[in-house]
Every structure is written in C-alpha cells, then in structure tokens.
Design a protein around this ligand. Structure first.
Ligand SMILES: Nc1ncnc2c1ncn2[C@@H]1O[C@H](COP(=O)(O)OP(=O)(O)O)[C@@H](O)[C@H]1O
Ligand SMILES: N[C@@H](CCC(=O)OP(=O)(O)O)C(=O)O
Length: 385
C-alpha cells in the first residue's frame, strides 16, 4: 500500500538496514520455500549493495519449511519436534538464500542467535563485532533464532523481536518487516475487513500497540503486536521501522528510493546508549526487588542510584552482577540493572541505610544496590525494555 501524500520513506536515507521476512512469506503459507520470493529479495538486496548500503536479513521459516519437508501437516506441540523441524528447515532456507545471492555475486553468512547470546555481555559484543565485520566485507548475514538449542523458557520465539535486537546490535537506521499484510490496520483485517490502514505513526505509541493483534495465520507466530513492539525496541537505538507487504513488487528498492509504502513507525524516543540497550534488551531477568514510593521517584525522576534503604522486598535467586528488575509496590517494572549484591545479601540489607551494609554483611562491595550507570529506567506500564 503506497502513501501518496506523505513525505519520502525513511528508508531513502538508510545506510544500514535490517530486513525481516516472516514464515508465511518465506514458505508460501507453509507450502515450501518460495524460491521466486527469495530470488526477488536477493536481487533487491544486491541492488541496495550496489548503491553502497548494508543489509542484514532476518529470516523466519525454518520450522514451517521443516514441517513441509517432513510432511507434517500441523505444527507439532512438542518442543523436541519443533526443534527437529527447525533443524531440517534451516538447511533448506540457507541453501535457497546462498544460491539466490550467488547469482548476483553476493556472499552470505549464517548467524543463529539465542537470547543468551544477546544477554551475556561478552557474547553480545562478539555477535556485534562478527556482524559488523561481515557487513564491512560486503557479506549479507542471514540471521535466525537458533531454534534447535533453545528451550521454551529462553526462546525469543518471534523474529520480529530478533529483528529489533539485531537493529539495536548493529545500530541500523531502519528495520523493514515484510509480512502478509500491507502494514498495520486499526484492527486485524482478517477479522475486521473495514479496518483503517495506518500509514504513519510514532514507535512506542501505546494507541498503535492497542490496535495490533496476534497472528491470524497458522504459520506466523507473533502477529502484528510483536511487529509494533519491535518498532519500539528498534527506536531505542534510533532505528525507524517500516511494516510492509512482502508481495509488493520491488518493495525494498522502492522504499530505498523514498517511495512511502506500508506503515512507517518513526523513532522519536530518546536514543539509549549501547549499554542501556543491552540492559533493556534482557528478556528474562534473574529476580526483582520491590521499591518503596520514594525509591521509585529517585530512580525514575531523580535519575539516582538505588540504595538498599528504598527496597522493601526481594524475589529470585541472583548473584552480584546479574540483571534484576526494579518494580513498584504494584509489581510494575520501573527500571532494571546490574545488582551489586546477591539475593541472599540483598534480603539482609533491605530497608537499611548504606552505612550499615558492612556491619550487617561483614563486607562492603558498594554503597548502592544498583549504580545509576548500570541501570536503565523503564517508563511505561507495557514496557518491553
Ligand atoms: N492491526 C493489525 N493490522 C494488520 N494485521 C494484523 C493486525 N492485528 C493482527 N494482525 C495479523 O498479523 C498477521 C501478521 O503476523 P504473522 O502472522 O506473525 O506474520 P509473519 O509470519 O509475517 O510474522 C496478519 O496476517 C494479521 O492477521
Ligand atoms: N525461528 C522461527 C521463526 C519464528 C517466527 O518469528 O516466525 P514469524 O512470526 O513468521 O516471523 C523459524 O525460523 O521458524
């Protein structure tokens, strides 16, 4: 869907793009890899390369393609079967992409990531430098979640989130999410055919997030909600997001030439530092501390460190250096950061002035429970980090 009276697409000025393609597009609604679509994306990305732009491709479809290859008509429920399907399907995906890009003389690389790779600071920095090196070499990295090794509790589960994390990781200017709809509507168009098309908005706008529903197909996973939330996450590093139809001819080249296609969600939020983003992007936290109202204010308005005196409860089993959530008395997260004391020690020093830490614990690591520099404030109720 083009946007005739609108300003040029943000993709026109993007030097570094992340392109995310969904399972139903990649696998022709689960029938098997859509080689024609893959060929077109490869041709377009080669065209973007020729104009000096760098592209990372985040491709879903491993499970759907694995199911097609194994002759499974329905998505299995068992984790081990999903993982087996992903292992089979990922081979097919990578072969198809490598062959399609080779026709344009463009090299590809496979990158399979887990949440843990991005949560561990050292592995996160490694992933970042590998991706940056590949881009500098003119290679197109093809990223997917490492479905065969992740367990249910630690899966990202949807590649919209992964696309946003990769956007943050390499500080891409624009995240383009291609899907089976022309973009975001005021309600799921599968259920509400009269829904209004949203041409443009601001990433992180709760009104837009309320419009987006789950997946309407048997193949996709996150639906529109994960795409709109991905836009909020991408905006943390200043990345704009475009959600558009993968069936739109030459969609990437047209976007890059400035044609306004799909829904554009602009980054308007203050950009977070790489360290703050790394903290914010932790999807599974080791525990949480409950803050009294004064401590919540000190954190969110005063931009101060968290002291043990403002903590009224502690939950979870964590060590010094783990990422822990700070919640208010209603359990709503207001910040998160690296904690200076284990859960056992925190339980002993909560509600106490910092001057008493050494006396209670027999040692003093830091006067703060969480230092300002190691924290990120979370502002909204429905925050995704
Ligand atoms: N407000 C909305 N606007 C557009 N699509 C929506 C909306 N809410 C839910 N959807 C559903 O989201 C689906 C796209 O997400 P998904 O199935 O996960 O695709 P993909 O495999 O591309 O990630 C659409 O087919 C549509 O049914
Ligand atoms: N890693 C999974 C992708 C899951 C996913 O996010 O799918 P989709 O909602 O179609 O983007 C796979 O390759 O099957």
């Amino acid at each position: 869907m083009t946007r005739p009276d609108l300003p040029p697409s943000v993709a026109r000025d993007a030097q570094r793009l992340v392109l995310k393609v969904g399972s139903s597009l990649v696998t022709n609604e689960g029938r098997g890899i859509d080689l024609e679509a893959v060929a077109q994306w490869a041709e377009q990305i080669a065209g973007l390369h020729a104009s000096g732009r760098q592209v990372v491709l985040v491709s879903s479809g491993a499970i759907a393609e694995g199911m097609a290859r194994l002759g499974w008509p329905r998505r299995p429920k068992l984790m081990s079967e999903l993982q087996a399907a992903a292992a089979v399907g990922q081979m097919g995906l990578i072969q198809a992409y490598e062959a399609a890009f080779a026709r344009h003389g463009v090299r590809t690389a496979q990158i399979l990531l887990t949440h843990e790779d991005l949560a561990d600071r050292r592995r996160y920095l490694n992933a970042r430098s590998t991706l940056n090196t590949l881009l500098a070499l003119g290679v197109v990295p093809i990223v997917n979640e490492n479905d065969t090794v992740v367990t249910d509790e630690i899966r990202l589960g949807d590649n919209d989130t992964l696309g946003a994390l990769v956007t943050n990781l390499i500080e891409a200017d624009t995240l383009v999410i291609l899907t089976d709809q022309p973009g975001l509507y005021s309600a799921d168009p599968r259920k509400h055919p009269d829904a209004r098309f949203i041409h443009q908005g601001e990433a992180g706008d709760p009104a837009l997030e309320a419009m987006a529903g789950g997946s309407g197909s048997a193949i996709g996973t996150g639906g529109m909600l994960t795409k709109v939330l991905a836009a909020r996450r991408a905006a943390n590093s200043g990345g704009h997001t475009i959600i558009a139809s993968g069936r739109e001819p030459a969609v990437l080249l047209r976007l890059a030439s400035g044609e306004p296609i799909g829904t554009e969600l602009r980054a308007g939020l203050p950009v977070r530092s790489a360290r703050q983003r790394w903290l914010a992007n932790h999807l599974r936290l080791r525990g949480r501390v409950t803050l009294d109202a004064g401590a919540v204010r000190a954190l969110t308005q005063g931009h101060r460190s968290l002291l043990p005196i403002g903590v009224i409860a502690v939950e979870g089993d964590f060590e010094r250096g783990d990422v822990v959530a700070c919640v208010d008395e209603h359990g709503v997260e207001c910040g998160r950061g690296l904690i200076n004391y284990s859960s056992a020690d925190t339980a002993r020093i909560l509600r106490q002035p910092s001057a008493r830490i050494a006396e209670i614990l027999g040692h003093l690591s830091d006067p703060e429970l969480m230092h300002r520099d190691n924290m990120v404030v979370v502002r909204m109720r429905r925050d995704i980090g």
